[in-house]
Design a protein around this ligand. Structure first.
Ligand code: ARG
Length: 581
């Protein structure tokens, strides 16, 4: 159990001895240094409930806590706050425990979670929204695993909607002689098309523009979508090839971002189960006819804004984005029986998920006690506050974005790194820079793309953390070369070195809060505070040349712990540490 947790439980038992029941005792960092290191602020509420004087209760509790020598100082402040200062020894014991067990992070009760993130669209460019989904989703997955959950990640490709009909129509127009459009259809030939991923990406905006401007083209695109959804062999063959071309490129990009999926399923995988799901829904008698379409009503009395019915089958007989999501839930429930399903998607899609979640509960496709969570994120904007676009006003591709950050990164790298190494390291640093910046604010807030700020090695940035971690690593390396063995805490100055240990007390809660809030800003900010505190300590002291051997060993031990935490947290954020920078 984490140090703070143990102390919280201790306070709880002492309160019980005093006849006071507290659901949750929290020891929190002090808001101001003059209030001690930590505080317990629960007394006022307990006093109110039991109609007692809060300051007297606080004094009484302090008397009882004095037996525990880990508390160096306890005092009452204001109406009944308890200020807490921990003893140096208690923190050194904690540090030595960590060095021995290497258990920095405690597990929570197990849960089975499916996490749906990434969500790129086949044959369309990956843009910053997809970056955010991949980045936040990957980190949440790793965090949940670290905290003991069983997690299944699914990319949920957008591979089944109207965009596929549009693209296939455009291909048909451009390459009418391909055998899939001819009498002599030959599946083998369609496996090997003269089309690259770049072609596909260029093609989509043109195809979509044409369809929007011309109703008969739109109608044909819809029809092709319908044929695809009916498993027409020609379009299915073409679709398979497009998928293959597109996936190769996507895999490459996700690898660069350190993003890994357990399942590479897509909207199209829902297809297999749609008929059985519809049959089930028919039996349940929940489908309504509406203007030629078939829908499920999901409105609730308490709605402040209208929630339109879920469109199950459109009047043109194709299925919608809602249907594939509902059917995917059907399949997920049957195959995995998850306790929770999380969706990391642009917050502008919230209504869609409200419809899907309600429909799935109402129809009992998903059990009442299964948690479905929409984890919406904000947009990355340019300095004018609008979503970040290319100069021409188009969507900014992820590759483009990475290149901009990479150019900025290279400006800050030391000149002695050259050639191929420089190129490779710049890539690693740029990805980490972008990721850290993307995780710095609460996920739901919009933020501004500012590569210069993101790269500032003195700011709240990825490079700041990377640089500080690399410096710790080289210090530990030097200590090893100097044969400084058996590092452990023996003594501390009790100044800036103690402050670093106090930061470590917050680790477990930080991770739990991040998981609770489903936002990584808790972790990026913690990393910043921890490293800032460590760097203050580092600049105040000469660690490797300290006169006092015990102090030297303790400081190296301290460095080792912070280094270890940095590594583990960067790993949760899926940020790779460069060898140098
Ligand atoms: N492909 C979608 C998009 O680009 C995101 C998919 C989100 N996940 C889901 N299950 N609908 O907007």
């Amino acid at each position: 159990m984490s140090f703070l947790n143990t102390k919280e439980n201790y306070i709880k038992t002492k309160l019980e001895e005093m006849g006071l029941k507290s659901e949750k005792v929290s020891i929190v960092p002090s808001s101001k240094p003059e209030f001690g290191e930590f505080q317990y602020n629960g007394i006022m509420a307990l006093a109110k409930d039991s109609k007692k004087n809060p300051r007297e209760l606080a004094e009484e509790l302090i008397e009882k806590l004095k037996d525990d020598k880990d508390f160096e100082n306890l005092s009452v402040a204001g109406p009944g706050f308890i200020n807490i200062t921990f003893s140096k020894q208690s923190l050194m014991n904690l540090g030595n425990g960590l060095l021995q067990t290497k258990e920095y992070i405690e597990k929570l009760p197990k849960k089975k979670v499916i996490i749906d993130y990434g969500g790129p669209n086949v044959a369309k460019v990956l843009h910053v929204g997809h970056l955010r989904s991949a980045n936040i989703g990957e980190a949440l997955k790793r965090l949940a695993k670290k905290l003991g959950y069983e997690v299944i990640s699914d990319i949920h490709l957008g591979d089944y909607g109207l965009q596929m009909g549009m693209i296939m129509l455009e291909i048909e127009t451009r390459y009418p002689t391909l055998s899939c459009f001819q009498e002599n259809f030959n599946e083998e030939e369609v496996k090997d098309l003269p089309i690259t991923n770049e072609d596909l990406i260029d093609l989509y905006p043109i195809a979509s523009q044409k369809a929007k401007e011309n109703e008969s083209i739109m109608e044909r695109a819809r029809n092709i979508t319908y044929l695809l959804q009916q498993n027409d062999p020609r379009y299915k063959a073409l679709w398979n090839t497009i998928l293959k071309i597109s996936l190769k490129d996507m895999k490459d990009l996700y690898q660069k971002l350190n993003v890994e999926f357990d399942l590479w399923k897509g909207e199209s995988d829902a297809e297999k189960v749609i008929p059985e799901m519809i049959e089930y829904l028919e039996q349940k008698n929940v489908i309504k006819e509406s203007e030629g379409a078939r829908v499920i009503e999901v409105e609730e009395n308490t709605d402040k804004l209208p929630v339109p019915p879920l469109l199950l089958i459109k009047s043109n007989k194709t299925v919608s984005y809602e249907t594939t999501d509902l059917a995917t839930l059907w399949e997920r429930e049957k195959e995995y029986h998850p306790d929770e399903v999380w969706y990391v998607v642009d917050k502008r899609q919230e209504l869609h998920f409200t419809q899907v979640f309600r429909a799935s509960k109402k129809t009992e496709i998903i059990k009442e006690n299964t948690t479905l969570e929409f984890i919406g994120f904000g947009t990355m904007n340019s300095s004018d506050g609008r979503p970040f676009k290319t100069r021409a006003g188009g969507v900014m591709s992820l590759r483009n974005l990475m290149d901009i950050v990479k150019t900025e990164t290279e400006k800050n790298m030391i000149p002695s790194i050259t050639g191929k190494e420089r190129e490779e390291l710049a890539e690693v640093i740029a990805v980490g820079t972008l990721k850290f910046a993307d995780l710095l604010s609460h996920r739901a807030t919009d933020y501004i793309f500012d590569p210069e700020k993101f790269s500032d090695a003195n700011g709240k940035t990825g490079p700041f953390i990377m640089y500080s971690t690399i410096r710790m690593r080289s210090l530990l390396q030097k200590a090893k070369e100097l044969n400084i063995e058996e590092i452990e805490f023996k003594t501390l100055k009790g100044t800036s070195d103690k402050k670093v240990l106090l930061q470590i007390l917050n680790l477990q809660k930080t991770l739990e809060n991040a998981l609770e809030e489903k936002s990584l800003h808790e972790i990026t900010n913690y990393l910043y505070n921890l490293n800032n505190t460590y760097n203050n300590f580092y600049s105040e002291n000469r660690i490797l040349t300290a006169e006092n051997e015990d102090l030297k060993k303790s400081w190296i031990a301290l460095t080792k712990i912070v280094y270890e935490i940095n590594t583990q947290l960067l790993n949760i954020l899926a940020i790779e540490l460069p060898t140098r920078m």
